[in-house]
Each structure stands twice: as structure tokens, then as C-alpha cells.
Design a protein around this ligand. Sequence first.
Ligand code: DC
Length: 213
Amino acid sequence: MQNQAFIIAIDGPAASGKGTLARNLARHYGFNHLDTGLTYRAVAKALIDKGLPLDDEAIAAGIAQELDLKGLDRTLLSAHNIGEAASKVAVMPQVRHALVEAQRKFAQNLPGTVLDGRDIGTVVCPDAPVKLYITASAEVRAERRFNEMRANNVNADYNAVLDDLRRRDERDMKRSASPLKPAHDAHLIDTSKMDIEAAFLEAKKLIDAALRN
Ligand code: DC
């Protein structure tokens, strides 16, 4: 259908490779891309910058309602402490409600969209024709994150990075509001032993099949 956006929903834990995959797919298909993690990070950063508490749901939800998706800056939002704070505001139902509404609106951009996050296939776009759940072992994800930090001259300790990822997984998977889990009809792609190109080709195969239907 020409008048309806084709939505690719991508979920998975931190450092699974879903962000890179989402960007590559969006470029390949000429679709719009939204990293929904940035929306939670932006709310957290605004609270920190304004000296506001991270545990007041009404204040955080007010900021989420005002968020402009066009102003999201990956470089500014990538700091470690912002990721930590984001996973705290992400447990708040009112914050999620406001951000999910904005994400759903974005998903309707023609000709299609790629959204990546934790609850895209389960909550944000449950009718998406393609749902991918990207995963990898905690050890492999920690190694990727560790190498990335070293490449950026950031001091890092592998065991601390691994502990941190496990804590983040626990918080994302065990929260009661929209926990991280694969949608029942998601295709699982384990990238533990795959490089970026192999993951892309696997995803492309699934998407091309859905586009033909
Ligand atoms: O993917 P990320 O590290 O940028 O995400 C930051 C936090 O936001 C993460 O701890 C989980 C949360 N998040 C979420 O709850 N739902 C999403 N759709 C995306 C991110």
C-alpha cells in the first residue's frame, strides 16, 4: 500500500547491534529512522540539566510531553550517566505514555520507518509487518562496548562494562511497564557470532520477503 508507511520494528538489549542495523536498514530502503532510546535519554538529560529529580514521575512526564523529536542529538545524549538516568525514567508509565505517542506518530512517516528500542514490536508498533529482535550474549555485548569506548579514548574496565550491561538488562527486562521482550511474532537474530554485514543480510532477507507480500 502506497499511502501507509512500511514499519520495521527492531528491539533488543543494549549493545546488541540493533542501532547500527537500524541505521543501515534505513539507509538501504530510504526510510526514516528513530532510535527511541534517544527519546528516553533526552528526558533524562533535560532533568539533569535543570537540576530536577530523576524520580518524580509528574515532572518527567511533563518534559516527555514537550519533547521535540527533531532536536535529538546522538552525540550529546550518548554519555554513560545519561544512559543510566534514562533507564530510571523509562520505568515510569506516564513518561512511556507520552514518548510512545510521539514515536507512533513518527512511525507513520512515508514511505517507511525503522524504529529501534525495547518495546517497538510489543507496544509502540504491534502491527508492524516486520519485527526483529536482535540479541547477543552479555559477554559479546560487553566486549563491543569496551572496544568502542577504547576507540574513543574513554578509560574502561571490561568487567565493569559487563556488570553495567547486566544491571541495565535486569532493569529493562524486569520493569512492569513495557519490559524488554521479543514480540510473539518477532524474528530472533543472535549477533554473537555475526558481523554487521551478516546481520544486515539476514534482516534484509526477511524485510524483502515482507515487502513482496
Ligand atoms: O538504547 P539506549 O541505551 O539508548 O536506551 C536508554 C534507556 O532507555 C534504556 O535503559 C531503556 C530505555 N528504553 C526503553 O525503555 N524503551 C525504548 N523503546 C528505548 C529505550
